[in-house]
Ligand binder design. Structure first.
Ligand code: GDP
Length: 361
C-alpha cells in the first residue's frame, strides 16, 4: 500500500493526530520528546460519496472503502542527519514512505514544552527540512563519486548535480526542476526531499475555523511553493473520536467548522491528492469496493492491487465511467446504451472507473 509518513519536531502533536486518524483512542500521547519510538502504522479509510452511491445502484451486501496507510514517525530533532536522537532510524522510516505530512505546531500552550523553547512555525519547518536535505545531500554526494567515473551514467550524474545545487542552497530536491528522464535516473536513491509533501498546521480549537498568524505564514509558504497546507487540531480530533455522532456535530458547530472542510477528512483528502492518487471501483451485488491506484496506471497494473493473478493473467477489462453508470441508473441500462467499454492492457484507468477484470489463472 501507499504510505504517508507523519513527520515533525517532537511535541508538535504528531501522535495525537495519528491516534485520532486511526481512531485508536487508547494509544498514549506523552508530554516529552521521543515518546513515539517505533513507527506506528495505521490504516485510514478515505471518505468517498461515490462509493455509497455505487453500492446503492447494485444493492451490494458489503461496501468497502479504500484506505491510506499513515506512519507516525518518531520525533526528528536538530542533528538527526548526523545520527542525533533517533535520527538515522527516523530518516530510514521516512525513506519508506511515498509522501509526507509535515505537522507544524501552530498553537501556544505553556504546558507543552517546545524543544527549542519557543513556538515558531517557520523556524520549525526549516529545522525539519534541513535535516531531510542534509540526509539527501549525503546520499547524492556518495552516489556522485561513483557515478562520475562512469561515462555511461553521465545523465544520472547531471541529474545528481542539479539536485546537489538545490540542496546546497537549502531547498528541497523536488524544486530542482528535473525532467522525467532525470527523475527516473535518480529514483533508486529514494530521496526524502523529492517526496510530495503537505503541511498540517496544528492549531488550538479556537483557531480551527480561521487559522492564526502562524498557520497563515505556513499556508503562504505552501502556496508560494505550489504545495498544500491544511488546518487541523490534533486536540479537537482526539476529542471527536470519543463523542457520539450527534455530539460531534454539536461540537463542530460550536467551533464553526464542518467535518469536511478541516481536520482529518481534509488531511486524508489532501494526502490523496498530493500522492497523485485516484480511485477505481469494483461493484456488484456481493460487494462494492474502492481501490486506490496512482494516476497514469494501466488496467493490468490497477488490477494487480486486487490480486497479483489479476495482473499476470490480465485479458481485458470491462469498464463503465462512474458518471455514466450513475446517469444510466443500472448497469444494464448503461450496457444497452453502449457505455460499457472493453479495454485492453494499454488502457489507462481513469478516476471513477467501474471495472470488471477478465483474466486467466
Ligand atoms: P508528538 O511528539 O509530535 O507526537 O506530540 P504529541 O502528539 O505527543 O503531543 C504533545 C503534547 O501536545 C501532548 O500533551 C498533546 O496533548 C499536546 N497537544 C497536541 N496537539 C495540541 C493542540 O492542538 N493544542 C494543545 N494545546 N495541545 C496539543
Amino acid at each position: 500500500g501507499l504510505k504517508t509518513g507523519i513527520v515533525g519536531l517532537p511535541n508538535v502533536g504528531k501522535s495525537t493526530l495519528f491516534n485520532a486518524l486511526t481512531e485508536d483512542v487508547n494509544a498514549e500521547a506523552a508530554n516529552y520528546p521521543f515518546c513515539t519510538i517505533e513507527p506506528n502504522v495505521g490504516v485510514v479509510s478515505v471518505p468517498d460519496e461515490r462509493l455509497l452511491k455505487l453500492s446503492g445502484i447494485h444493492d451490494s451486501a458489503k461496501t468497502v472503502a479504500t484506505s491510506l496507510e499513515f506512519v507516525d514517525i518518531a520525533g526528528l530533532v536538530r542533528g538527526a542527519s548526523e545520527g542525533e536522537g533517533l535520527g538515522n532510524q527516523f530518516l530510514g522510516n521516512v525513506r519508506e514512505c511515498d509522501a509526507i505530512v509535515h505537522v507544524v505546531r501552530c498553537f501556544e500552550d505553556e504546558n507543552i514544552i517546545h524543544v527549542d523553547g519557543s513556538v515558531d512555525a517557520l523556524r520549525d519547518i526549516e529545522v525539519i527540512e534541513l535535516e531531510l536535505a542534509l540526509s539527501d545531500l549525503g546520499q547524492v554526494e556518495r552516489r556522485l563519486t561513483k557515478v562520475s567515473r562512469d561515462r555511461k551514467l553521465a545523465d544520472e550524474a547531471q541529474a545528481l548535480r542539479k539536485v546537489q545545487t538545490v540542496l546546497d542552497e537549502g531547498t528541497q530536491a523536488r524544486f530542482a526542476d528535473l525532467d522525467d528522464a532525470e527523475l527516473a535516473a535518480i529514483a533508486p536513491l529514494n530521496l526524502l526531499t523529492l517526496k510530495p509533501a503537505i503541511f498540517a498546521c496544528n492549531v488550538n480549537d479556537d483557531s480551527l475555523a480561521t487559522g492564526n498568524a502562524m498557520s497563515e505564514a505556513v499556508a503562504a509558504l505552501a502556496t508560494e511553493r505550489g504545495e498544500g497546507s491544511v488546518l487541523v487540531s490534533a486536540q479537537v480530533e482526539s476529542e471527536l473520536v470519543s463523542l457520539s455522532p450527534d455530539d460531534r456535530a454539536d461540537y463542530l458547530d460550536a467551533l464553526g467548522v464542518t467535518l469536511d472542510t478541516c481536520g482529518l477528512r481534509a488531511l486524508v483528502r489532501a494526502a490523496y491528492d498530493t500522492l497523485g492518487l485516484i480511485t477505481y471501483y469494483t461493484s456488484g451485488p456481493t460487494e462494492t469496493r474502492a481501490w486506490t491506484i496512482k494516476d497514469g496506471w494501466t488496467a493490468p497494473r490497477a488490477a494487480g492491487v486486487i490480486h497479483g493473478d489479476f495482473e499476470r493473467g490480465f485479458i481485458r477489462a470491462e469498464t463503465i465511467a462512474y458518471a455514466d453508470l450513475l446517469q444510466s441508473g443500472t448497469e444494464k441500462a448503461a450496457r444497452d446504451k453502449g457505455l460499457m467499454r472493453a479495454e485492453g492492457k494499454d488502457y489507462v484507468v481513469k478516476d471513477g472507473d467501474v471495472m470488471l477484470f477478465r483474466f486467466n489463472v
